[in-house]
Design a protein around this ligand. Structure first.
Ligand code: NAP
Length: 250
C-alpha cells in the first residue's frame, strides 16, 4: 500500500516539526516546506524514524512561484498531496501606530497569503485523486491581541479562507479545517519573551496561571488536533475551528 503524502509548511521546527512526525506516525509520507532544506534535517530524520519517506523543500511560502515549484516537486518526487498543513507563520509585533507597512505586509503574506497560494496549488491534485485534507494554523490571537494587529488579522483571515475552502472543496471530497492554538512552547514564544524583556520561564509561569488546565501547550498537543482533521476518516468534518488552548481564563 502506498502511503498518502502530507505537506507541512514551516516543518523545520516547533509545531510544524511535531506535526510532520505525527503524520508520519499516522502513516503518511511527509514533505516539509521551509525557508531552507537544512532547517528540516532533524524533522526529516524524525519522519524517517517512523518508516516514512521524507522530503525537504526550500520554499518561501509567501512567494507564488516558489509555492508552485515546491508543490510540483513534491508531486513528482513523492506523489500528489492528500494532506496540506498550513503551519508556517511569523510575528512582527508592534502597536498599530508604531507598525510599519512592512510589518503588516510580511505577517499577512506569510500567515495568510501563503494559505491561499498552497491551497490553490494543491486543490487540483486533491480533486483529481478523489479528495484531500487541508488544515491551517490560526491562533487564539484571531480574537484580537494587544500589539498584534497584523497577526490577529492574518489569523482571523485564515478562518474565513478555510470556511470558504470547505464550501468549495466539498464536492471534490476535500475538507478544510482550522486548529487555533493558545500558548505553545516554541522558538516563536521564546522570541516573544525576549522582546518583552521577560525570561521565558516567567512568561511560561504567567501563561500557566492564565490557563485553566494549569500548563502551557506542547507542539504535540497541536499535532494531536491536526492528526484528527487530517485523518481519511474525518471526511464529514469540515469548515471547523478547533481551539487548542487549555481553556484560557477570562
Ligand atoms: P516557529 O517556531 O517560529 O516555527 C515556524 C516555522 O515556519 C519555522 O521553521 C520557520 O522557518 C518557518 N517559516 C517562517 N517563515 C516562512 C516562510 N516564509 N516560508 C516557509 N517557512 C517559513 O513557530 P511555531 O510556534 O511552531 O508556530 C507554528 C504555527 O502555529 C504558526 O502559524 C503560528 O502562528 C501558530 N501558532 C503558534 C503559537 C505558539 O504559541 N507557538 C500559538 C498560536 C499559533 P525559519 O526557522 O527558517 O524561520
Amino acid at each position: 500500500m502506498t502511503r498518502p503524502v502530507a505537506i507541512v509548511t514551516g516543518g523545520g521546527r516547533g509545531i510544524g516539526a511535531a506535526i510532520a512526525a505525527r503524520l508520519a506516525e499516522d502513516g503518511h509520507d511527509v514533505a516539509m516546506l521551509d525557508l531552507s532544506e537544512e532547517a528540516c534535517r532533524e524533522s526529516c530524520a524524525a519522519v524517517e524514524a517512523h518508516g516514512a519517506r521524507a522530503l525537504a523543500v526550500a520554499a518561501d511560502v509567501s512567494d507564488e512561484d516558489a509555492v508552485e515549484r515546491a508543490i510540483h516537486q513534491v508531486s513528482e518526487t513523492l506523489a500528489p498531496p492528500f494532506v496540506l498543513i498550513n503551519n508556517a507563520g511569523i510575528l512582527r509585533d508592534r502597536t498599530v501606530t508604531k507598525m510599519t507597512l512592512e510589518d503588516w505586509t510580511a505577517v499577512i503574506d506569510v500567515n495568510l497569503k501563503s494559505v491561499f497560494l498552497t491551497s490553490r496549488a494543491c486543490i487540483p491534485h486533491m480533486a483529481k485523486n478523489g479528495g484531500g485534507r487541508i488544515v491551517s494554523l490560526s491562533s487564539t490571537a484571531a480574537l484580537g491581541t494587544f500589539g498584534e494587529a497584523n497577526y490577529s488579522a492574518a489569523k482571523a483571515g485564515v478562518i474565513g479562507l478555510t470556511k470558504t475552502l470547505a464550501l468549495e472543496g466539498g464536492r471534490h471530497g476535500i475538507t478544510a479545517n482550522v486548529v487555533a492554538p493558545g500558548f505553545v512552547v516554541t522558538e516563536m514564544t521564546r522570541a516573544v519573551a525576549d522582546r518583552s524583556g521577560m525570561t521565558f520561564e516567567s512568561l511560561v509561569e504567567q501563561m500557566k496561571r492564565e490557563t485553566c488546565v494549569g500548563r502551557v501547550g506542547k507542539p504535540e498537543d497541536i499535532a494531536q488536533a491536526v492528526s484528527f482533521f487530517a485523518d481519511r476518516r474525518s471526511s464529514f468534518i469540515t469548515g471547523q475551528v478547533l481551539f487548542v488552548a487549555g481553556a484560557p481564563r477570562g
